[in-house]
Write a protein of this length. Structure first.
Length: 272
């Protein structure tokens, strides 16, 4: 069996957007050795899309001559991590590697987890404060959903220590498998452009995601039940060169669009 080394170092969202490469390679008969953030790669291993997983710190200790194919997604590797044109990054990877686009849009894990259609999970953070609307937006959404009969729980991951002192209805974990299992129980997820939002979408949870300064085309999540909410401003996307005013993250306007999107409850991927 041919062995392939797949390297992608990055955050949770970056890692998940690389999973289809591993899945397609595995389907083509490769033995896939995935190198990156090992905690996140546990998900690929659980899906059966990686035979072995390694932390990126161990890349230099691996015998690269053992691999018939090496895919190093890095500025110093053989595949630039970012496309030059405005296309979804996963399709850019697959196209660059000459691989087909037939990949799963849902992670095949925790399928037996009992769900609660009235449980709404709110995740107001991300890996960069520049991408986060004011907490006020999520508090408006919380009150609105509670009035509709939802049970609302906030989720705090690695980047949300600041939330711990502000909310009592909080689930906090740094373990990605524990977070995935918790998300799988939810009937609704609301978040920003974050790794956890990408995970919720990939798990098949109905998700409403706020894209302010970031590009909703390039960094679109993989799940088919996600609704991307962004304002029609000519100045966006602009990340990481964001302005101080941040009109794209205005809580009043985003809340209006969220309510419209929620009640339409359709499978379009963007709302204006």
């Amino acid at each position: 069996m041919n062995r392939v080394l797949l390297y992608r170092r990055g955050g949770l969202g970056d890692t998940l957007l690389t999973f289809p490469v591993a899945e397609v390679l595995k389907r083509k008969g490769f033995e896939v050795h995935f190198v990156g953030n090992r905690d996140y790669l546990e998900l690929a291993y659980l899906c059966g899309w990686a035979d072995k997983i390694y932390s990126s710190e161990f890349l230099s200790s691996l015998d690269l001559s053992r691999y018939q194919e090496k895919i190093l997604i890095s500025c110093r590797g053989n595949l630039n991590p970012f496309p030059e044109s405005r296309i979804p990054i996963t399709y850019y990877y697959l196209k660059s590697l000459g691989l087909p686009f037939n990949f799963s849009r849902k992670l095949p894990i925790f399928e037996d987890e009992p769900g609660d259609k009235n449980l709404a999970v709110l995740h107001p953070g991300s890996g960069s404060p520049k991408k986060n609307p004011p907490l006020e937006l999520f508090e408006k959404i919380e009150a609105y959903l509670v009035n509709l009969g939802f049970t609302v729980i906030y989720l705090a991951g690695e980047a949300e220590d600041w939330l711990f002192s502000k909310k009592k209805n909080l689930f906090r974990s740094f373990n990605i498998l524990e977070i995935a299992s918790f998300l799988k129980r939810a009937g609704l997820f609301i978040g920003n452009d974050s790794g956890i939002s990408h995970l919720a979408s990939y798990l098949g949870i109905k998700s409403f995601l706020f894209y302010g300064p970031t590009d909703e085309v390039i960094f679109s999540p993989l799940g088919e039940t996600s609704h991307l909410i962004f304002l029609p401003l000519s100045c966006r996307p602009c990340f990481p060169k964001t302005c101080s005013e941040r009109p794209c993250l205005d809580p009043e306007n985003l809340f209006k669009v969220f309510k419209k999107a929620l009640h339409q409850n359709i499978t379009l991927h963007a709302y204006y």
